[in-house]
Design a protein around this ligand. Structure first.
Ligand code: TXA
Ligand code: MG
Length: 347
């Protein structure tokens, strides 16, 4: 099949670039990654330069499976083995003590490393052909909306990335669930499509919530996943009033809702993202990108329901809305206090 041949050729070209110390963007089932040879610190540093990401923020090493623990981790605890067995390949990242040969450029100088075995066939072909670990954060500018289509990567970086492997739309659409297996008890660091109860069905002891001793996970800093247009989270029952505040003043407003609009208005761009969490997550970043282009003053995002199926989407929305110049709707629109914007390291 021609398509197959082309993919093979592109994979071969990607491997060549990786070996030459260049960056390659590739699809995963969560979001697109911006990859470099994890054994080449100079190449890994190019990721940080291109993304505008502080060098202390570690990147995930993508691998084929748990046999890679030997190479990249040390003292991998039983829980990590169990979780990998249950969820790999798939949207789970495991943080462990790093192996002696892992570069500081990858770990941000920390004593831990994050490993993930993606399930996307193109990512797996690339990893197989490359034969070693690929360090990759999401392929977006730092703090920006993650890419779920090859075109999004090009929107982010133009021709600064030499090769984008096109694997179509990412199936899940939100970044992997991250679990730290460092320390006495495993802990959920970032919610993703694998829920806490799914994790606990395998490893009942997993904790959640902030841990003062936890390794830094800069994806968990407040301002992240943000479009350029300010995002404001609005409770369901106030959505229409909040929208009207703008349209009444003949100001453009964008709305990300879970239902259709009740009226049409030329100052309003409304996306009905639906009420099913998996579909909502799948489309979230593409929807934010679309609404960002509406030329609106603000994107009003309807709050998502309670329940762990919505945890990952709720987390990303909250971070997208958390920025200095974001507007907050609570009866009136008010600027958030200065200092709410924090792209730096966690304390
Ligand atoms: O789904 C995903 O995880 C995607 C795809 C491309 O695999 N990758 C991704 O990478 O979301 P990134 O860099 O955008 O987010 C990875 C998060 C960051 O918050 C990073 O700080 C954290 O993982 N991380 C990486 N290494 C870590 C470590 N050793 N300890 C704690 N957190 C770590
Ligand atoms: Mg990211």
């Amino acid at each position: 099949m021609a398509l197959h041949r082309d993919t093979q050729r592109e994979i071969a070209a990607a491997v060549e670039l990786l070996r030459a110390g260049q960056l390659v963007a590739f699809p995963t089932e969560t979001v697109y990654g911006l990859g470099a040879n994890a054994d080449d610190p100079k190449a890994v540093r190019k990721i940080f330069a291109l993304k505008g990401r502080p060098v202390t923020h570690p990147v995930i090493v993508h691998v084929l499976g748990a046999e890679s623990f030997q190479r990249w981790a040390r003292d991998a605890p039983l829980e990590a083995q169990q979780l990998a067995e249950a969820f790999w390949p798939g949207p789970l990242t495991l943080v462990m003590r790093r192996g002696p040969a892992v570069h500081d450029a990858v770990t941000g100088g920390q004593d831990t490393v994050a490993l993930r075995a993606p399930s996307h066939p193109v990512a797996r072909q690339l990893l197989t052909a490359f034969g070693s670990g690929i360090a990759a954060p999401s392929a977006n500018r730092f703090g920006h909306v993650s890419p779920t289509r090859a075109e999004h990567v090009i929107e982010e970086f133009g021709d600064k990335v030499k090769l984008v492997l096109d694997g179509g739309e990412c199936q899940i659409g939100l970044e992997s669930t991250i679990v730290s297996c460092v320390g006495s008890t495993p802990r959920l660091l970032r919610p993703g499509s694998i829920t806490l109860s799914q994790l606990r069905a395998v490893t009942p002891s997993i904790l959640t919530g902030p841990d003062p001793d936890a390794p830094r996970a800069p994806g968990t800093i407040p301002r992240h996943y943000s479009p350029d247009t300010p995002v404001s989270l609005v409770p369901s029952r106030r959505l229409v009033d909040a929208m009207r505040e703008f349209t009444d003043r003949e100001e453009k407003v964008a709305v990300l809702a879970q239902r259709p609009p009740s009226t049409a208005n030329r100052f309003m761009t409304w996306i009905n993202a639906g009420s099913r969490p998996a579909q909502y997550a799948h489309n979230l970043y593409a929807n934010l990108r679309t609404l960002d282009k509406a030329g609106a003053k603000v994107i009003l995002a309807e709050e998502v329901p309670d329940g762990e199926q919505w945890d990952a989407a709720r987390d990303r929305l909250k971070r997208a809305a958390s920025r200095e110049r974001a507007l907050r709707y609570d009866g009136e629109l008010a600027a958030l206090p200065a200092g709410a914007d924090d792209e730096g390291d966690l304390p």
